[in-house]
Design a protein around this ligand. Structure first.
Ligand code: ZN
Length: 444
């Protein structure tokens, strides 16, 4: 039956019932609120569907304690109905077969039922009815994270709210990169928040701007939060594997004895390094940006001792390590340039910037990952790009070829617990790979 037909039927039925049941004053209230709740329970225009792709999760509802209530000779049914675009409480209840004017009157007029005015498509509404279509109980997770219960008690209605239980489940996904990481993540149904985390987790090992290759593969296990059975969004990455240019990296989330959560490789070494591999902030925009079309002239300059990242003017640039700003200003061929001094005799240089981040002044402290400026083509630059240098003792070096400082591995006393603790997530990675057909033998 088309929706407008349900609404029309609902409207018609409601009119008859409300006329019979309500006083003139209440009747006026119903009119103001909108007949059959069409206006009052209507959807906000900017409501959107949940964008996080999910598997269908079937969950057994905790049944209400029926024992305390009068012995019910009639059958009782729990039904769940997903709210559709354009729905009202009336139309949802009509779909599940509720035929109950007194319930509708309460839902429309009582302030306790107000959260029902914000129906969002995709959210579930659960109702318990008897076999005559009388509403006994209604449950709805509000936008504020509460579970609203409206229950019949004799001839009255009682509304109550309590925090809805949040239930965290794992979702796993696996993908192969053909054009960009975001492209592969989209194909695997991985939400953007998780893709960005993935790039962040491996930022000490992989330059996601420059080093990704066609055929690179990832597998990720991440949390998905459910509130009363409804998906609320993606949480943290629990475990991940990335095969970049045939080299395999793995990360497992682990709570250390100091209580902080960090990512560690299988052998207990920390993923977080003193330097990020890439000064380019990873985003959907920079993902897959082709460096192949960068002007080759600078690449062959003999004096060239850095790495060039072609990117649109304005692309954010981040400090690869924490340190102190030695220079933030204009310097000949470098144009607008930032020199950052790090511990251990390391320094980094970011040149040709269009502008500096406001907090970046000579002498200022910057943190790893902090945006310090934006791509430009100031100085001797034939096109917009970042010229990045990694220096040791003042001399430009290739950071890929020298041993970079990294944090301490997990202490030996923690290794056994770590190995046991990550086993379920490691098993999920293998399972995801075998399910996706991406399990291919790689190096250690
Ligand atoms: Zn350069």
């Amino acid at each position: 039956m088309p929706k407008h037909a349900i609404l029309a039927q609902c409207l018609d039925a409601t009119l008859r019932r409300t006329q019979a049941l309500l006083s003139v004053r209440q009747w006026a209230g119903v009119v103001v609120l909108g007949l059959c709740g069409v206006a009052a329970f209507g959807l906000a225009p900017d409501t959107t569907l949940e964008t996080v792709p999910t598997r269908v999760v079937t969950r057994t509802l905790p049944l209400p304690s029926l024992a305390a209530e009068a012995p019910a000779p009639e059958e009782r049914f729990w039904r769940e109905e997903r709210i559709q675009r354009g729905d009202t409480v009336g139309s949802v209840l009509a779909r599940v077969g509720v035929d109950d004017p007194s319930a509708m009157a309460f839902l429309r007029t009582d302030p306790a039922a107000r959260p029902l005015y914000q129906l969002r498509p995709g959210k579930p509404l659960r109702v318990e009815t008897d076999d005559a279509g009388r509403l006994l109980q209604l449950r709805f997770a509000t936008g504020g994270g509460d579970l609203l219960t409206i229950a019949r008690e004799g001839d009255d209605w009682v509304a109550s709210t309590q925090p809805a239980p949040v239930d965290v489940q794992w979702r796993m996904a696996s993908g192969e990169i053909r054009s960009s990481l975001f492209g592969a993540a989209d194909a695997a149904g991985v939400p953007d928040a998780v893709t960005l985390q993935l790039a962040d987790v491996f930022a000490g090992d992989i330059d996601f701007f420059k080093d990704l290759k066609r055929g690179d593969r990832f597998t990720v296990v991440y949390e998905v939060r459910h509130l009363d059975g409804e998906v609320q969004g993606a949480g943290r990455i629990v475990a991940a594997e990335f095969v970049n240019g045939g080299k395999r990296f793995r990360a497992f989330l682990w709570r250390g004895e100091d209580g902080s959560d960090s990512y560690y490789a299988d052998d207990g070494s920390p993923l977080r390094k003193a330097f990020l591999r890439s000064p380019m902030e990873f985003s959907r925009i920079t993902s897959g940006f082709s460096n192949a079309r960068f002007h080759p002239i600078l690449q062959v300059t003999r004096a060239h001792r850095g790495t060039d990242y072609a990117a649109p003017v304005g692309t954010p640039i981040r400090a690869t390590g924490s340190g102190k700003v030695l220079v933030a200003g204009r310097q000949g061929g470098y144009g607008n340039v930032i020199h950052v001094q790090h511990a251990g005799g390391f320094s980094t240089v970011y040149a040709h910037l269009s502008r500096f981040a406001p907090q970046v002044k000579t002498g200022a402290r910057v943190s790893q990952g902090e945006v310090i400026g934006h791509v430009g083509q100031t100085g001797w630059a034939t096109g917009p790009h970042l010229h990045y240098e990694f220096r040791v003792g003042g001399e430009a070096r290739d950071p890929q070829t020298i041993a970079l400082p990294s944090g301490a591995p997990l202490p030996a006393t923690e290794r056994v617990a770590f190995a046991a603790g990550i086993a379920p997530a490691a098993a999920q990675i293998l399972l995801a790979q075998s399910l996706s057909g991406l399990r291919i033998a790689t190096g250690p």
